[in-house]
Design a protein around this ligand. Structure first.
Ligand code: ZN
Length: 182
């Protein structure tokens, strides 16, 4: 396993339309393992293959929620999920706000509205097909990651004013990081 480089906005790599996965081989499963390692290291709760420079329709999610939802101090539990060739078959009309972040837009957060429930279809790393209704944070995260497969970032959902603000803050943050590194 290896930690891969995460591409960041405005890298054009992130704007590619990812291609369907057709071969479920060891190479694919190595990429899946690398993506989990990269995501946990970052750390983040979701990562699309295109973010590590592989424009194929694959994404990984692990919400790493506390063992006891009543007690946020309880240890987080790993629950790795792989979504290959995911599709939304249906989504609710009700949209809910969630403050999103993205490993390709580091340290920046903004509220995005998305349907609160979706019916999704996908495959796992062995090619097995699933269909399920998904809600809550997993639905938010899956929709965010699926956007990546179409070259879309969460900041694209913001008004121009808000997006410019986020990008300005990102530029400032990068400058500070550079100063720290110098
Ligand atoms: Zn993202």
């Amino acid at each position: 396993m290896a930690i891969r480089r995460i591409y960041e906005t405005p890298d054009p790599v992130l704007r590619q339309i990812s291609k369907p996965v057709e071969t479920f081989d060891d190479e694919l499963r190595t990429l899946v393992a690398d993506m989990f390692e990269t995501m946990y290291d970052a750390p983040g709760i979701g990562l699309a293959a295109v973010q590590v420079g592989e424009p194929i329709r694959l994404l990984v999610i692990d919400l790493q929620e506390p063992e006891n939802p009543e007690d946020p101090e309880s240890p987080n539990v790993r629950d790795p999920k792989v979504f290959i060739n995911p599709e939304v078959l249906w989504h609710s009309d009700t949209e809910v706000p969630y403050t999103e972040g993205c490993l390709s837009v580091p340290e920046q957060y903004a509220e995005v509205m998305r349907p609160d429930r979706i019916q999704a279809r996908w495959q796992d790393e062995k090619g097995k097909a699933y269909e399920e209704e998904i809600e809550g944070l997993l639905a938010v995260c899956l929709q965010h990651e699926m956007d990546h497969l179409n070259g879309v970032l969460f900041i694209d959902h913001l008004s121009r004013l808000k997006r410019d603000m986020v990008l300005k803050k990102l530029a400032k943050w990068r400058k500070e990081q550079q100063k720290k590194a110098a």
